[in-house]
Each structure stands twice: as C-alpha cells, then as structure tokens.
Design a protein around this ligand. Structure first.
Ligand code: SF4
Length: 323
C-alpha cells in the first residue's frame, strides 16, 4: 500500500488531492460553452466530427453562452450557477465544448481575461486540439501566463491549463475515430506548451474499438515520457446520434463490461507516472443520450469499486512504472 500523504488516502494522485495540496481546498469546475466550433466539424478538416463526438461538441454539461450577454456577463452567470450548485466559493472556469482556441486571438483574449479576472476563479482550463495552437495563440497564452500566474503572487495568482484530446497513440484507431491529426502534431503541441510553462492535461479513452489492454499501456507509456501535468482516463461511452452509435448498433464492436474496464483502468493507473495528476477516471455521459454501457450511469458506484479494487489488490499509481 502506498501511503503518500499528498494523495490524501487515495491510491493515486487525484485532482482533488492536487487542489487541496496547492490551494488548500477542493476546486469545482464550471463547464462553459462559449459558442466555439471545431475544424473537425466546420468543414476545415471534416464535417462529421470525431466519431464519438455528440452534437454538443463533447460539452453536454456546459452552460451555453447567451448572445444577448457579454463574455463577462455570461461567465459571471455560469460561475454563479456553478458555485451555488456545488456550494463552493472558488472554481475552475472550464472552456469545455468544442475547440476553445479556435477563434480570433482578440476573441480568445477577451474570453480568457473575463474568466481570469472573475474573483471566484482559481484559474482556467481550456479544452482544445493540438492542431489548433498556432503561434499567435501560443503567444497569447504565454502573455496571459506571465501576467496572471507568474507576475502575480500569493492568493491572487491564477493558473491556465490546456486540455488536449489525444484518446490513443494507436494511429489506426486515431484514423477510425477521425481524430484528424497525427501523433507528431500532438508531440509538437506538448513541447511548445511546455516551453511556455502551460500545464497540459491529456484526454485518453479506454475501450476504443479494436484496442486491447496493450494499446492502452502503450498510450500510458508514451505519456510517461512527455511533460504532462495531468490525464483524464475516460471510459468509451456511446452517445445516441453519433456515428459511433451507428457502428455500435450495427454490431461492429462491443463496449467494455465493468469488470473489463476496471481491469484495464487499474492496469493503466499502475503503469502511470505517480507525478501525473489524474483528473478523471470514468466517463460521464449525459443519461438522456447515453446508449452504452449502461453500468457507467452509476458513477459513484463505479468510483467506489475502483478505489476498493485497487486497495484490495494493493495496486497504486506508478507501482509498475518503467523508468
Ligand atoms: S475535436 Fe472535440 S469538438 Fe471537435 S469533433 Fe472531436 S471531440 Fe468533437
């Protein structure tokens, strides 16, 4: 059993533990839908999107911005609602839906500043694609980072995180899911973000069609060698209305059972560098459009089972990490 005090009793380094260590409290996310689109949907790369992506741009729980309000007003409204729902006073403004660096630099700067300037935000987290980080966006992130996270001190400092959807390092699977960029593009983005001091959180999907445990291990081994701050390990879930749903209904693949998911997930955690913060361990599909797997609707039960299984099997993050 690993008793790392920084992990606060869990067998892995969770986002909650990181926030308690760093900010002295748990931070909740206010998920935002700031009206972006995505090159994989607007025709630049494709019109169909990633095969699993829903009409909401993978941001079903995000608060949509209203056209009649300014960026500041929209952000204030979303943060007020989130803070009441979660009963907390400090939040992460999470630009979640679609590709949140895919707009003019002027628009991005105004949105990010509005979120960073809000008194209740501890920082912002920006979900995007690695092929949507041109030099002018990197310059903006670097400028804001210097201004908000380095030049300010003490409790007023704010963080800026970037979340990248990698999903897998298997290029064949990447083609199937229509990710739309190669691993070398992801590599370059992570290096560029690291050079300007922006922490990167990587989204990985476990249970992709055709993938085995060893594909997942390859993805984890790859991330261990990159300078990434965090990872989201997400279960593949099938949402109605997606092309993945069409393939699922046609019997082209099966979703993971809960036991198979636990087995793959625990194996991934055991191989993951213990310094990488785990931001998520399950899928979180909206119940009204979730087609499968049905067991994933019971998120609390799934999380409890993961913790329990890791404890009784005496497995903790990094136990099998290869240096
Ligand atoms: S990159 Fe994100 S928003 Fe764009 S299609 Fe893929 S999952 Fe959807």
């Amino acid at each position: 059993m690993n008793n790392n005090p920084l992990w606060h009793g869990k067998p892995y380094y969770s986002l909650d533990a990181y926030c308690k260590n760093t900010f002295g409290q748990k931070l909740y996310k206010a998920a935002l839908d700031a009206g972006f689109t995505c090159p994989n949907r607007d025709g630049t790369l494709d019109t169909r999107g990633c095969i699993f992506c829903s009409a909401g741009g993978s941001g079903e729980f995000a608060s949509p911005f209203s056209d009649s309000l300014s960026a500041q007003e929209n952000i204030k409204k979303a943060l007020t609602v989130a803070s009441m729902q979660k009963n907390c006073d400090r939040l992460i403004a999470y630009f979640q839906a679609y590709t949140n660096t895919y707009a003019s630099v002027e628009k991005l700067e105004s949105l990010y500043r509005a979120a960073l300037n809000h008194p209740q935000t501890a920082g912002i987290s920006i979900a995007t694609r690695p092929d949507c980080l041109p030099a002018e966006v990197l310059n903006l992130l670097s400028k804001l980072s210097r201004e908000y996270t380095i030049d300010q001190s003490g409790k007023n400092a704010k963080f800026i995180w970037i979340e990248l959807g990698l999903q897998t390092t298997n290029e064949r699977t990447a083609d199937y899911i229509r990710r739309g960029y190669s691993l070398s593009i992801f590599d370059r983005a992570v290096s560029q973000l690291s050079q300007i001091g922006i922490p990167v959180i990587v989204h990985v999907i476990l249970g992709l069609p055709g993938e085995t445990k060893s594909d997942c291990q390859n993805t984890i081994a790859y991330l261990n060698k990159k300078s990434v701050f965090g990872v989201k390990l997400q279960l593949l879930h099938v949402l109605k209305g997606t092309d993945l749903y069409t393939d699922f209904m046609a019997g082209k693949f099966q979703v993971l059972s809960q036991n198979d998911y636990l087995d793959i997930l625990i194996d991934c955690i055991g191989h993951l560098d213990p310094g990488i913060v785990i931001h998520r361990l399950t899928g979180d599909g909206p119940k009204d459009i979730l087609a499968a797997p049905d067991w994933s609707k019971h998120k609390r039960m799934v999380l409890n089972t993961i913790h329990h299984e890791m404890k009784i099997r005496n497995i903790y993050q990094g136990i099998w990490e290869e240096k």
